[in-house]
Design a protein around this ligand. Structure first.
Ligand code: ZN
Length: 190
């Protein structure tokens, strides 16, 4: 997820010998349901390190593995200067309502005011293989819902109202021909 006070610097990040591209809207990998993680090994740890690098450079608050083309139920995030990784996450409970101007690294240049639950209870596994369960509110709750959506092949476009979706598709298409640093669009919830 990308916060509206983060500006997009670059979408392609060179890491060692691998170049991870942030996949954008239209790439089929973003519509696929990711597979659960069954084995925590060095390869997975390396993947999460690389995901953090891509996320910080973008910059974004959170990044799900499918966004760099890896179909695994993994996401990373950092909203309090603390690196967090969750494997096989589940939203167990959700309550309340909260509107937030939500952005996505895979839909660059578009922020959409969206109503979602304000609080969630999340369960998953950390990189040590231990089950974790915690409650989150507002921004963190929003981020967790956004990233779990990515693991299920769900994008912001799927969560918009019909009116917003029509407008968003038009704005996003118009944006495609523009420079990466062009002013982002903010779509209000009406
Ligand atoms: Zn996203």
């Amino acid at each position: 997820m990308q916060s509206s006070d983060q500006t997009s610097a670059c979408q392609s990040v060179a890491l060692h010998s691998v170049t991870y591209e942030i996949r954008t809207f239209g790439d089929p990998v973003l519509k696929a349901v990711a597979e659960p993680v069954t084995n925590i090994d060095d390869k997975l740890v390396r993947l999460t390190d690389e995901m953090f690098e891509v996320m910080y450079k973008a910059p974004g608050l959170g990044l799900a593995a499918p966004q760099i083309g890896v179909q695994r139920r993994v996401f990373v995030y950092d909203i309090d200067e603390e690196r967090k990784v969750i494997l096989n996450p589940q939203i167990v409970e959700a309550s309340g309502e909260w509107v937030y101007d939500e952005g996505c690294l895979s839909i660059p240049g578009l922020y959409v005011e969206m109503l979602r639950p304000k609080r969630v209870l999340v369960r998953g596994i950390n990189l040590d293989g231990n089950q974790v369960e915690f409650e989150a509110d507002e921004l963190l709750a929003r981020l967790l819902q956004h990233e779990v959506d990515h693991l299920n092949g769900v994008l912001l476009f799927d969560r918009m109202t019909a009116d917003q979706r029509r407008e968003a598709v038009t704005l996003y298409r118009a944006r495609e021909g523009q420079p990466k640093d062009a002013e982002p669009y903010h779509l209000k919830l009406v």
